[in-house]
Design a protein around this ligand. Sequence first.
Ligand SMILES: NC(=O)c1ccc[n+]([C@@H]2O[C@H](COP(=O)([O-])OP(=O)(O)OC[C@H]3O[C@@H](n4cnc5c(N)ncnc54)[C@H](O)[C@@H]3O)[C@@H](O)[C@H]2O)c1
Length: 337
Amino acid sequence: MNILVTGGAGYIGSHTCLELLRRGHDITVVDSLVNAQREAVKRVQQLAGREFPFYQADVRDEEALETVFAVGRFDCVIHFAGLKAVGESVGIPLRYYDNNLNSTITLCRVMQRHGVKRLIFSSSATVYKPGVPMPADESSELGCTNPYGWTKFMCEQILRDLVVADPDWSVVLLRYFNPIGADPSGRIGEDPTGIPNNLLPFVAQTALGRHKELHVFGNDYQTHDGTGVRDYIHVSDLADGHVAAIDYAMNHTGCEAINLGTGIGYSVLDIVHAFERVNGVKVPYVISPRRPGDVDAVFASPDKARRLLGWEARRSLDDMCRDSWHWQSMNPQGYGR
Ligand SMILES: NC(=O)c1ccc[n+]([C@@H]2O[C@H](COP(=O)([O-])OP(=O)(O)OC[C@H]3O[C@@H](n4cnc5c(N)ncnc54)[C@H](O)[C@@H]3O)[C@@H](O)[C@H]2O)c1
């Protein structure tokens, strides 16, 4: 198949591109590089042993997208492009709403014009209302606490409405839980700019000595060791989930929200201890006050993904910790800036 990948230079996008190429699909990538490096694209090409077209363009730029669609005949689109920092979205909401909503609307408009009606959208577990009973399944109540989450919530609604208006469309809303890890080659991985927002890059950079210690936010949650519990999933399992979602979208119409998680929750300290054990390194940490908005535990029901996509996560916590460290220790400065 011929697949357009927006945001394909990013963390999840680069791993998914690699998996698509390994399975023999053709891809084209559009990425503005607002949060990624061109080097990631080069490395995916090296790992796959294949070139593919790359356009440095903003998905909100309709003319640029028209050019891309004029050249390629796509069967399906995966839309990863988006801004994703929760904290930042609180300070600059308009930038988040503009980027995440307008990129989705522009993309769909151009797809429609070219008769391409198969879309896999990157949604998030943040669309679930804090405090819903766990595990969260796709019928759990929705509601967000920050602009980033609302952009995902709103995009989901826009896409549901699009499918109602034109039932030829097939849209899969993939709600990711907490992607971590990296391709086992150690050549591609998560490369956050500045201080990482997510746990694993911070853990790995602390082990590397780039930070004095890890701040564990709160140790009085209602969990087995008091620290927050999340559903961490290996990014290569997520990539496999996208391949399964494409197969599903090619054979069905309608709009389905589907969780991509393992169904297993690990605490912050579970992660720290596993990371130390698997990699033989030390991760000094201190307990800091809770962060506003954080909840005790968030983990997925993976049943719908198993049922509809025939997909489930296969990689273990040890795999995630080993592969994260492999990437970080081989690339202490990420892709290098
Ligand atoms: N990583 C997570 O924890 C997580 C969890 C749930 C959902 N998601 C969503 O999954 C998607 C991919 O996440 P990621 O972790 O790979 O993030 P990422 O920042 O590494 O990748 C996103 C990519 O999109 C590009 N981009 C952003 N806006 C663009 C635009 N308007 N036009 C063109 N390119 C643009 C960026 O340069 C980047 O390469 C995002 O939509 C994110 O919100 C991520």
